[in-house]
Design a protein around this ligand. Structure first.
Ligand code: PMP
Length: 404
């Protein structure tokens, strides 16, 4: 039974005050808060079995290795990957995307085309631009409409036998749009292109089944799903990961090293050079356990109620405009008040204890598309309440009165 008041007790940070006011944390798309179940796992790691993994014969090292590999299997099961070694531990989505972009340097040829959507986070634009600079590939953009929905007819026109890669986020961090990734993947495969879906914003709301989607690469960051920062995942199909060269060289990723030649370790270690974020990986697994204990169906249903309630209340404010009005969207509201800079609204909300994001949200092309400097973004998580929405709405009204 979903009970938000019980759930809130799991998050110690929600009890704190900011500027003398109870914290209203609405910056969940940037990072989610951490429940004590995950904090306990982090504390237990450092108190009981902190050790380097995969190399020690001693008990602590083996315990840490077991827990780390168990976390990999939890992640594999959560995303229904066929094999545990298709899950590569990374420091987060940005790292995951760079592994693939770097790997394709040796596979992409001059004139090959790479498609990205118009609503990408910079981390899903810049690595591909760098890839195209290195290889002579061409970056093309799938456009969107004023509601923040991709123009699928235009996508059809862009696809050709020159298309080698397609990149798209599952859910936009700036607008909340849920993209039709099933169709995107199927059509890309129709022309023989590989697809990377950036699941950073989807993971807290939707469970992606990578086999059912038939996606080639899927990326997420643990800190978006109630886990720690500095941990994340790259899922890749075994066949493709095997083809890609390693991203970084170092310890742990080798089979044999001589000064003449080095052979690389098998998956997943080929992509996991150096000592990883061991505690972070274990806590990532614990975070998925926590989210699953609440249940993604209940999470999605509750967050949708919050989204509808907040949208309706905010739209009652005169001169307030919401960016991102797609039919399929998650609990993110990006808005502006005509004549007011988003940063000024954010600063006043902060004084009232309300945490929102202001600016371009690492998605400058979206802001250019709407011809605005940025937005105020309120993003809701399953531990937020309707009362907090009311506090936000009153805060925005107050900011508007002060600034206009
Ligand atoms: N893609 C999207 C859609 C995101 O929202 C984010 C985080 N804001 C990223 C990529 C980058 O994630 P990270 O900073 O954890 O690597």
């Amino acid at each position: 039974m979903f009970d938000v008041n019980e759930i809130r007790k799991d998050f110690p940070i929600l009890d704190r005050k900011v500027n003398g006011k109870p914290l209203v944390y609405l910056d969940n798309a940037a990072t989610s808060q951490t429940p004590r179940q995950v904090i306990d796992v982090i504390v237990e790691y450092y108190q009981n079995y902190n050790a380097n993994i995969h190399r020690g014969v001693h008990a602590l090292s083996q315990e840490a290795t077991d827990k780390y590999e168990q976390a990999r299997i939890k992640i594999q099961k959560h995303f229904n990957a066929a094999k545990a070694h298709e899950i590569i531990f990374t420091s987060g989505t940005t790292h995951s995307i760079n592994i693939v972009a770097n790997g394709f340097s040796s596979l992409l040829k001059k004139g090959d085309e790479v498609l990205v959507s118009a609503m990408e986070h910079h981390s899903n634009i810049v690595p591909w631009q760098m890839l195209c600079e290195r290889t002579g590939g061409l970056l093309k953009v799938i456009p969107m409409n004023q509601d923040g929905e991709l123009l699928m007819d235009e996508y059809d026109k862009l696809l050709s036998d020159k298309t080698k890669l397609v990149f798209c986020n599952h859910i936009s961090n700036a607008l909340g749009t849920i993209n039709p990734i099933e169709e995107i993947i199927e059509k890309a495969h129709g022309v023989g292109a590989a697809v990377l879906i950036d699941g950073a914003q989807a993971a807290p709301h939707i469970v992606a089944d990578v086999q059912a989607l038939d996606v080639d690469f899927y990326t997420i960051s643990a800190h978006k799903v109630c886990g720690p920062t500095g941990a994340g995942m790259l899922y890749g199909k075994e066949e493709l990961l095997t083809k890609l060269p390693p991203y970084q060289g170092g310890g742990e990723m080798i089979a044999e090293v001589t000064f003449e030649k080095t052979s690389y370790a098998d998956l997943p270690h080929k992509f996991e050079a150096g000592t990883p974020n061991i505690c972070g990986g274990i806590a990532f697994g614990a975070a998925l356990d926590y989210m699953n204990s609440i249940g993604f169906d209940d999470i999605a249903k509750y967050e949708h109620e919050l989204l509808e309630y907040a949208t309706q209340k905010l739209l009652e404010i005169d001169k307030l405009k919401i960016y991102g009005t797609a039919k399929d969207k998650t609990s993110v509201i990006s808005f502006n008040i005509e004549g007011v800079h988003p940063y000024d609204i954010g600063s006043i909300l902060d004084k009232l204890g309300i945490a929102v994001r202001t600016g371009h949200h690492c998605a400058q092309p979206i802001m250019d598309f709407f011809n605005i400097p940025g937005t105020v973004r309120a993003s809701f998580c399953f531990y937020n309440t309707k009362e907090e929405v009311d506090v936000l709405v009153e805060g925005v009204k107050r900011a508007k009165n002060m600034l206009l």
